[in-house]
Ligand binder design. Structure first.
Ligand code: GLU
Length: 298
């Protein structure tokens, strides 16, 4: 069994990121499994080496460790290109010339997460139309999804289903600036890193069907999934980077690491009171049955 941390180093981690990291680590270590670290620094505009370094310092501060060397997505372009070409050879990809405005106009807000479902219009261009468009714009590349319902059996949520065509639409594999998309990179990397259990926030539950399908198309194994309820801000919103008081830098001024771990462990129903405890002390107390099913505030 191998679990993973997959933080996006686009700023300092907040309490919600720590919640996911702690539980992913506990699930892996409780099962006697390994834990790998992948820095999801695909977006050169948002991710910096100093943020990667900070993420690693923060995980260490909390008492969470990982096995082997960290993997940087920014260094794995060749692996993504290979998977991209594999999908291309299967005739599954097509260039999309839509601008952001056109993309939104060509989409219905349909998905469970409110994201746009693209109507696939660039997939219906003739060769001549495509050649014409190529003269003026650099395309993004999408994958053409079938009319197919994918069901994941989630460790916490039970069965979760999406129809790829209706609920997801043809999704991006590579942006027009050449950056490979999260959905492709995550699937390639989870397989390459031997990840067999993915534990992350339920904001990514709606990505799981796309990832399962890509795994199938690329002949990769399916890990098991556990999507955690989200930690909300005190006023009930989803935590965002702008919630500065939930950011680790701020929290470190108020709490020692075992105190913070204790608060999260209490929210996870692993201990009766929010008292100081280390991650390793929590390992034997972890069980999926104890975890909350609803989003919560701390
Ligand atoms: N990098 C993503 C995030 O920090 C997580 C991706 C994943 O767990 O699949 O939200």
């Amino acid at each position: 069994m191998t679990g993973r941390f997959a933080p996006s180093p686009s700023g300092r981690m907040h309490l919600g990121n720590l919640w996911s990291c702690l539980l992913a680590w506990l699930a892996a270590r409780n099962a006697g499994g390994g834990m790998v670290l992948r820095l999801e620094d695909l977006d050169p505009d948002r991710c910096k080496q100093e943020y990667c370094d900070q993420v690693m310092r923060d995980l260490e501060w909390l008492g969470l460790d990982w096995d082997g060397q960290p993997v940087y997505q920014s260094k794995r372009t060749d692996a993504y290109a290979e998977a991209f070409h594999q999908l291309e050879r299967q005739g599954l990809s097509y260039p999309c010339f839509c601008t952001r405005a056109e993309r939104l106009a060509a989409s219905a807000p349909h998905r469970s997460d409110g994201a746009a479902v693209y109507d696939g219009r660039c997939g219906r261009l003739t060769d001549a139309e495509r050649a014409e468009m190529e003269k003026t714009r650099r395309p993004a590349w999408r994958v053409r999804v079938p009319e197919k319902t994918i069901t994941i059996c989630d460790l916490l949520y039970g069965n979760y289903k999406e129809n790829l065509k209706r609920d997801c639409g043809d999704f991006i594999l590579r942006r027009s600036d050449g950056v490979y998309a999260y959905q492709l990179a995550v699937v390639v990397d989870d397989a390459a890193m031997g990840v067999s259990q993915v534990v992350r926030g339920s904001d990514l539950l709606s990505s799981a069907p796309r990832q399962l399908w890509l795994q199938e198309m690329l002949g990769l194994p399916h890990p098991e999934y556990g999507h955690l309820p989200l930690l909300l801000s005190p006023d009930g919103r989803r935590l965002a980077k702008r919630d500065r008081d939930q950011e680790l830098g701020r929290l470190q001024e108020q709490y020692a690491a075992p105190e913070l771990v204790g608060r999260l462990a209490h929210a996870a129903n692993l201990i009766d009171r929010a008292e100081a405890i280390t991650p390793w002390e929590l390992v034997p107390l972890f069980s999926w049955e104890k975890l909350p099913r609803e989003d919560f505030t701390l």
